[in-house]
Every structure is written in C-alpha cells, then in structure tokens.
Design a protein around this ligand. Structure first.
Ligand SMILES: [Fe+2]
Length: 391
C-alpha cells in the first residue's frame, strides 16, 4: 500500500543503497513529488548513494528530465533554442573517435535523456520513444580492455568484466552531474549469471547478466591508509582535454579502473580543438553535502596528471599507477553493489559519491538473441559548479 509521504528502505545484504516507495498523490510519477518529499528523496540519494524506485517502466522522458534536474539548482536555466540544459557530456560525446560513441542515442523530444541497451527496437514498439527503429549495442569490455577475455571464457565459462569504472562526466569544460537516473524499460529476465574473476587475487563476484555495479566513494576513502587519505585530500586530478578521444587508441586494465600505459594515447595536436581554460582539474576527494563524508572520486581511465599541494606532479603513467593503488581495494567483491535489473527499476545514483560500471556480455542480434534485448533511459545534466573538498 502506498503511503502519503515517501518511504525509504535500506537494501538488505548490500554494502549500501536503498529503495523508495512513492506517496500515492504523485500517481507513480516521481516528478510530482512535493518539496518536502523531494527533499527526503534528495537526502536519501546523497546518504544511500544508490536509490531504486520500482515500477517506473512507463516513466516519460520529460518526467525523468524534470526529476533529474531538480537535484541540482546550480544547473543553468535552459535556453529555449536548445530545448533544455546540457546533457552531462558535451558535443564531442558522439565524436567518431570517442570511446563513448556507441553508447546509445538521444531521445529526440528530450535530448538530455539517452537511450541505451542492446538489440533492435521497432519504431512502433512500446517503450521506444524515438518514432523510428533503433539498434542498440551493449558496451562490451572486449572493445575497450587491453587484453579482453577469450571467447571461451565469455561463452563457456560465462565470465565478464567491469567494463569501465567511472563517474558520469564530460571531464572537459562541463562540471560533473550531481545525480544520474537510469531506467530499465525492458530488461532480460535475471536468470542468467556471469562471473567476474579478479585476476590479481583470484576472488570472484557472481552477478546477473548486465548488472550495473556501484562502489561507494566514501567507503573507498575510509579504506585508505592515513598516509593515502592525506595524499588524496591534498591532490588535484588533471584530466586530459577531450579525454574519451585522448584514450581511444589505448586499452583498459583488466579491472576497468584505469588504462594500460603504452604511449598509445592520441597526440594533443590531433584532438579536436581545445583550450587550456576548459581542461578539468578537480580535487581527488569530493565532500558529500548531506553526510559531510569525504568520497574518493577519480575517473581513473580519463586522468592525465596528478598535482599535489606540495608542488609535485606525477606524469600519466605514475598517476595511473598511484590511482590504481588507491582504488583497487575498494572494488573487492563484498564492497560492490551489483544492481540486478528488474523491468521498471528507476535507479538514481549520487554521481558525485559513487563510481559505477557496466558489466555483462550480451549475445549479438539473431533469432536466439531476442530474449537478451535491453532498453534503458539514462539522464544526467552537467552541473553549474565543480565538486569541492570541504576541510
Ligand atoms: Fe555511466
């Protein structure tokens, strides 16, 4: 039974996360929450970091946009000409060389909402908001990792990998979004399991096919040694210009935390036009506005250099190694919240407080691939302000 105000329930047997029951007055549309209930939701998202609202398969892109935008009053007011505020990624998002170029397409009527998934959806199919057939490809680590799993490991042993641990952000010019909302409109049944084998210590994580994984940046920070906490608190991360294009010729480490350093990155002169003033330099630790906890927040694949307050600069290879050392302990199996998708799940996550990763291998198109189709809507909006460490 639905109550008259929002109800927050912590998830059971997970390292963090909560689910939400909407009040009856908003007619199952979270865009209609009153101010008091929205404030409860906002605090729940910033405290629990990942919040699930079930039964949202029919949520309209406009409602998803309104809900997402409401979390961040610093978002600049939309100009009428472009139909709304900026999606979390800039215009280079679909650049031919970007590692993100195949990650979906925009909803035409609400361009801040992206369509992600796997498989072909006909123009008139329920849930397809674009009015034309769309063909989606689930991101597979096989095209991004330096040394992917073999076909045998994927097909026979049912193994997968963390595709790329990340924070949703352009990491050039625009500020990282506060909150991302991810809606599972059509998802395959969660009867198939896949396993991530940790190649350094032999541990394993079993998850349902296509689970989205989350790590608490606060738990990651708490797990650091005192020395590393001080290092993190006093270090700035410089990201490469157009980082998703810069890294495109390189391959990621087996754990999806960073890139293998072989000097393959693009020469800055070969990148699309860029300006020094738009290069992102963000603190390594972002303080949570509600809990006041410190979160270790680094995009390990896109970083370029680390600068310490003591005046030391680590180069690309050293920076990746240092960040990997800081981040690796946080992704051990018991610290991962692996969200197993049910149709209609709307997952809201505090993008400035978690790292997340796609997992899972889906069969390609074909007669036997029909049950593995997936359709999702994702929304996040570039913030008006950068994250900060509050000492
Ligand atoms: Fe993401």
């Amino acid at each position: 039974m639905h109550k008259d105000s929002i109800v927050v329930n912590k998830l059971k047997d997970t390292p963090f996360g909560a689910s939400i029951q909407l009040p009856s007055y908003c007619n199952n549309d979270p865009a209609y929450l009153n101010d008091e209930d929205f404030q409860t939701l906002k605090e729940a998202v910033e405290t629990n970091l990942v919040v699930i609202i079930p039964d949202q398969a029919k949520l309209l892109p406009k409602s998803q946009y309104i809900l997402t935008k409401r979390f961040d009053p610093s978002i600049p007011e939309p100009k009428e000409t472009n139909g709304g505020a900026n999606y979390g990624h800039g215009k280079e998002f679909r650049h031919d060389k970007s590692v993100l170029k195949k990650d979906g397409c925009s909803v035409k009527t609400q361009p801040q909402v992206q369509i992600l998934g796997q498989g072909k959806f006909e123009a008139d199919e329920e849930g397809n908001e674009n009015g034309e057939a769309i063909n989606l490809t689930h991101p597979s680590h096989t095209t991004f990792h330096h040394t992917p799993l073999t076909e045998k490991q994927i097909k026979d042993n049912k193994q997968t990998r963390f595709y790329r641990w990340h924070i949703d952000s352009a990491l050039y010019e625009l500020s990282p979004p506060m909150v991302t909302t991810l809606l599972g409109i059509k998802v395959p049944p969660t009867t198939q399991y896949q396993t991530i084998k940790y190649e350094d210590d032999g541990s394993e994580l079993k998850l349902t096919q296509g689970a989205t994984c989350f790590i608490s940046g606060a738990q990651a920070f708490q797990g650091l040694s005192e020395e590393d906490k001080q290092f993190a608190l006093n270090t700035t991360v410089e990201y490469a210009p157009h980082p998703y294009i810069f890294i495109s010729p390189a391959g990621a480490t087996w754990d999806g935390l960073t890139m293998v350093s072989e000097g393959k990155e693009m020469d800055f002169n070969d990148l699309p036009d860029w300006e020094e003033s738009k290069v992102k330099k963000l603190p390594m630790v972002w303080t949570n506005p509600t809990t006041k906890e410190h979160h270790l927040q680094v995009h390990g694949c896109c970083l370029y250099k680390l600068h310490t307050k003591g005046g030391k600069t680590l180069d690309l290879k050293e920076s990746r190694e240092k960040v990997h050392q800081l981040m690796r302990p946080a992704i051990s199996p018991e610290k991962v919240l692996a969200h197993s998708w049910k149709q209609g799940d709307l997952v809201l996550f505090f993008n400035r407080g978690v790292w997340h990763s796609v997992t899972g291998e889906f069969k390609g198109l074909g007669n036997d691939g029909q049950d593995e189709r997936r359709l999702m809507h994702q929304c996040n909006i570039a913030s008006g302000v950068d994250p900060v460490t509050v000492f």
